[in-house]
Design a protein around this ligand. Structure first.
Ligand code: UDP
Length: 342
């Protein structure tokens, strides 16, 4: 396959690129505007195997057909997007432009240039703030009711993709709804696997995500952190989430591009189907890194649901996706080892 990865210099896109470069012989082209993606990550990826890099913002969509033709792209994995929820509330049009409009333009170019497969990174934020969590977690048929422009911009993109596929028999998609992605490249320096030494990870500063913030505390870049709300109806009162290692998530994308050879388009949750509270995550980070740091209590963050846990039955049964890193300690450890290198 000739695969275009948009946003391939970013956190999740680079882990997918890494696996494609390492474990397949597909030809890879990465397209990124480097607004949040990292040139250093691209350099690291080049040490694995060479690929083409195109520095381009997707809003310059008149340039996309040339890229698709030059590299004879048959498959697009589309990550490039704006992803900060509070920013999406302050500047919604940025999200509708960068996410929904750019995705629509990209699909138009894809249809006009014979691209047959499209893998899209969507989010559990499309489910919004469920009143209560179903006993087996949230499955793909759970009502989608985003509560912020970020989630809505992704849900609207999903709709565009589905409608485009309905009208074009040669265009197939997999839409992934990610739960809480965390951790960094599982790479060991030694054959005994004692020295975890991630080559890539989450590089963008001003993190808002829990595991990134806790790892910044553990390495001493931050003095303290806060727990946002301890009066939720959960095991210890703090928010519960389904944390998934970025390499397991990346593996789902590799499965998806082959899945589409034999199977129809579909939407899949990607999560482990297990939840940990904020307190449990912070404890795990402290334990695995043998560090301690102050943790304060702060009010709930607007729009934070009590618990979000996936029902991942569909991806496991249909794609035979088998997670390898379903271990909170390993997720925290890899995030910490990466943070030390930043
Ligand atoms: N959280 C927290 N302190 C922080 C960052 C996050 O207590 O400094 C909580 C947040 O309220 C939520 C959970 O950790 O309950 C996961 O938040 P994150 O921002 O990582 O992901 P989200 O689920 O919001 O996408």
């Amino acid at each position: 396959m000739n695969i275009l990865i948009t946003g391939g210099a970013g956190y999740i896109g680079s882990h997918v690129a890494k696996q494609l470069l390492e474990t397949t012989d597909h030809t890879i082209t990465i397209l990124d505007n480097l607004s949040t993606g990292s040139p250093k990550t691209l350099e690291t990826l080049k040490t694995i195997r060479d690929f083409e890099f195109v520095k381009l913002d997707l809003k310059a969509f008149d340039k996309i057909p040339e890229v698709l033709q030059k590299h004879q792209i048959d498959t697009i994995i589309h990550f490039a997007a704006s992803i900060v929820v509070p920013e999406s509330v302050e500047n919604p049009l940025k999200y509708y432009m960068n996410n929904t409009v750019n995705t629509t333009n990209l699909i138009k170019c894809a249809l006009e240039n014979g691209v047959g497969k499209f893998v899209f990174s969507s989010t559990a934020a499309t489910y919004g703030e469920p009143d209560s969590l179903p006993i087996n977690g949230i499955d793909e048929n759970f009502p989608t009711k985003p509560i912020n422009p970020y989630g809505m911009s992704k849900l609207m993109s999903e709709q565009v993709i589905q409608d485009a596929a309905k009208a074009n028999a040669d265009f197939k998609y997999v839409i992934f709804r990610y739960f809480n992605v965390a951790g960094a490249d599982i790479y060991y320096d030694d054959s005994a696997h004692t020295q975890l030494n991630p080559r890539i990870g989450q590089s963008f500063p001003n993190a808002t995500h829990l595991i990134k913030i806790a790892s910044e505390c553990a390495v001493g870049k931050r003095e303290k952190m806060a727990i946002f709300g301890d009066d939720f109806y959960t095991i210890d009162g703090t928010g519960v989430r389904d944390y998934i290692h970025v390499d397991d998530l990346a593996d789902a994308h590799i499965k998806a591009i082959h899945y589409l050879d034999e199977n129809p388009s579909d939407i899949f949750n990607v999560g482990y189907g297990q939840g940990f509270s904020v307190r449990q995550v912070i404890e795990a980070m402290k334990e695995v890194t043998e560090t301690d740091f102050p943790v304060e209590h702060a009010p709930r963050r607007a729009g934070d649901p009590a618990a979000l846990i996936s029902d991942n039955t569909k991806i496991k049964s249909k794609m035979q996706w088998i997670p390898k890193y379903k271990d909170l300690a390993l997720i925290c450890h890899s995030a910490y080892e990466w943070e030390k290198k930043l």
